[in-house]
Ligand binder design. Structure first.
Ligand code: GLY
Length: 354
């Protein structure tokens, strides 16, 4: 695995200036979407002196544009701008920009160096770190891509002040997941912080702890053959909730689906691996208080199960979960029967007051 600099700072421009000078790249490209071009880029350009000649590549925002057309546009702009193997690409944005920019940089002329600067909490804690790059293809999410770590990731809370609180909660759910798979101290610290308070210094230190959980796991298993699946906690049920909401024409933020998915999967953890019921109740209460609930009825169960069967994490016909026997006690590659999953959904509904 290549060495990656993970930098936590609230002076992004200074870090970036250092990196651009150290790399000595003759040409720098900055990838943004229309939102980050408008809201974030001007501030960065006004303070980062090493970016005065950088070429800007802009794509349309949203996961729907993480596609082959946008990728082709990025490759064309790199080509027209004279990019070569010594060029540097800076991906400034949320997960869509860092995923697609990482893929474009990894494939253009067989690989340029790239730096991720995540601008949302969700991308800072998850997408920008860990080397998963790619695009959606033929209606399937992240269908084509490569594992390739950014050369550096600059993580800052300075862009979060303009994010809607719902977006902050969404990112925080991935931090809670990291706390659950790490240890009780980390988890308890997260449960006692209020994201609405947006104390950016404290959030930066929690974020550092959270990103380091991911980094440790990715270092051990970069290509997801084993322990990296711990990061999928909450995602089997969560992705099913996300897809169900999408089909209903009422999309939900990814992190909300993950928070609810974690409750379902901790119920399964309790049923199948002895996860303590007091901790399950504490987590469920926290999730209900901060995320509300996903409205589901028994009539939705067949569709939820069908969506879980299609999850790309499944190895055979069985539905694959990451479970916990306690906080920080990870059990990967566990399966559950349809009856067990239906019972877990019943308990999820009770725990979240439906
Ligand atoms: N988002 C989970 C992972 O990077 O493996």
């Amino acid at each position: 695995m290549k060495h990656q600099d993970l930098l936590f700072t609230n002076d992004v421009a200074a870090e970036l200036d250092k990196i651009v000078k150290d790399y000595g790249a003759p040409l720098t490209f900055i990838l943004v979407d229309e939102n980050t071009r408008h809201h974030v880029l001007p501030r960065l350009l006004s303070s980062a002196t090493a970016l005065s000649d950088a070429k800007i590549i802009t794509v349309k925002p949203g996961d729907i544009n993480k596609n082959l057309d946008s990728l082709a546009l990025i490759w064309s702009e790199l080509q027209n701008g004279g990019a070569n193997r010594r060029s540097l690409m800076i991906n400034l944005g949320g997960g869509m920009v860092t995923d697609m920019g990482g893929f474009a940089a990894s494939t253009f002329k067989r690989g340029l160096r790239f730096v991720n600067i995540p601008t949302t909490l969700l991308s800072a804690v998850d997408a920008a770190v860990g080397g998963k790059t790619g695009i959606n293809f033929n209606g399937l999410k992240n269908e084509v891509g490569v594992f390739n770590e950014a050369d550096a990731v600059i993580i800052s809370t300075c862009y979060f002040s303009t994010l809607p609180v719902e977006e902050l909660h969404s990112g925080y759910a991935e931090m809670l997941k990291h706390g659950l798979i790490d240890n009780e101290e980390n988890y308890n610290r997260l449960l006692s912080y209020r994201i609405e308070d947006a104390d950016s210094g404290r959030l930066l230190s929690l974020l550092r702890e959270s990103v380091m959980v991911k980094r440790r796991i990715v270092e051990e298993d970069p290509h997801e053959h084993g322990i990296r699946r711990a990061l999928n906690l909450g995602h089997t049920a969560g992705h099913a909730f996300e897809s169900l909401a999408m089909r209903r024409g009422n999309p939900i933020p990814h992190g909300y689906a993950v928070a609810w998915g974690c409750v379902v999967e901790l119920v399964l953890s309790h049923m199948k691996a002895g996860f303590p019921s007091s901790e399950l109740q504490r987590f469920a209460r926290y999730v209900y208080d901060n995320y509300g609930s996903m409205h589901v009825t028994c009539d939705d169960y067949p569709e939820i199960l069908e969506l879980m069967h299609h999850d790309k994490k499944n190895i055979s016909n069985e539905i694959n979960f990451t479970l916990l026997s306690g906080i920080g006690e990870i059990m990967i590659d566990r399966t559950a029967t349809e009856e067990e999953i239906k019972t877990a959904l019943d308990i999820f509904r009770d725990l979240t007051h439906q």
